[in-house]
Design a protein around this ligand. Structure first.
Ligand code: COA
Length: 178
C-alpha cells in the first residue's frame, strides 16, 4: 500500500517486524476497549491480528518521525455490502497513549481523507465512536465530520454497543480544504 506522509508522521504498510511495537500498546488495558476490541493477551494473539491486517492491506502503521517504529494504526475499511456498493469506506484508528493529546490522529485522519477522496475517489468516508469515547469524538469533530445517527454494533465482551456515526462527503471535504 502507498505510504502517506504528514508533517509529523509517515503512515506506511505494516510488516511482521512491527510485532513487538504493535503488542506494546495493543496489550494495554485501556486502549483496545475504547475502539471495541479486547486487549491482547499474548504476543501470538498480536501476531495473528497483525498478520490479518497485513493480508487485508487496509491498515497503515503510524510512525512518528524520525522513528521507524509503529505507535498506532489507521485504516480504511469496507464494513458491509452497503459500503462496497456506494463506494464508501470507514476510517478507524488507534494510537499508543504515550502519544495522546498532540493532535497526531487528526493529522493522520486528514492524510487518509486526502488519499481516500483524491486517489481512491471514494464518495464518502464514515467514522464512528462509542458514546463514552470522548477522545475519538473530538478527533472526528476536529476533522469536520457530520453526525448521521447511531449504529448498534458488537462489543468484544459480547454485548451490543451504540456507536455514534459520522460521515464526510468528497464535496464537504473539498470545502474544508480549499
Ligand atoms: C482517540 C485517539 C485516536 C485520539 O488520538 P489523539 O492523537 O490523542 O487525538 P487528539 O490529540 O486530537 O486529542 C483528542 C482529545 O483527547 C483528549 N485527550 C488528549 N490527551 C488526553 C489524555 N492524555 N488523556 C485523556 N484524554 C486526552 C482531549 O480532550 C482531546 O481533545 P481536545 O484537543 O479538544 O482537547 C486516541 O485517544 C486513541 O487511540 N484511543 C484509543 C483507541 C480509540 O479510541 N480509537 C478510536 C475508536 S472510535
Amino acid at each position: 500500500m502507498k505510504s502517506l506522509e504528514t508533517k509529523r508522521m509517515i503512515l506506511r504498510a505494516l510488516s511482521l517486524e512491527d510485532l513487538e511495537e504493535f503488542n506494546r500498546y495493543a496489550k494495554k488495558p485501556h486502549i483496545g476497549p475504547m475502539a471495541g476490541w479486547a486487549p491482547h493477551t499474548s504476543l501470538e494473539e498480536s501476531r495473528a491480528i497483525l498478520n490479518m491486517m497485513i493480508k487485508e492491506n487496509e491498515v497503515w502503521g503510524i510512525t512518528v518521525k524520525p522513528s521507524p517504529k509503529i505507535v498506532g494504526t489507521i485504516g480504511l475499511h469496507v464494513r458491509n455490502f452497503h459500503n462496497a456498493v456506494l463506494n464508501q469506506k470507514e476510517v478507524g484508528y488507534v494510537i499508543d497513549d504515550v502519544f495522546w493529546g498532540q493532535g497526531l490522529m487528526v493529522e493522520a485522519v486528514k492524510a487518509v481523507l486526502d488519499y481516500a477522496f483524491f486517489e481512491l475517489e471514494l464518495t464518502k468516508v464514515l467514522c464512528g465512536h462509542a458514546k463514552n469515547n470522548l477522545q475519538s469524538k473530538r478527533v472526528i469533530e476536529k476533522c469536520g465530520f457530520t453526525p448521521t445517527g447511531i449504529d448498534l454494533r458488537d462489543h468484544f465482551d459480547g454485548t451490543k454497543i451504540e456507536i455514534l456515526m459520522y460521515e464526510m462527503t468528497i464535496n464537504q471535504y473539498k470545502e474544508l480544504t480549499p
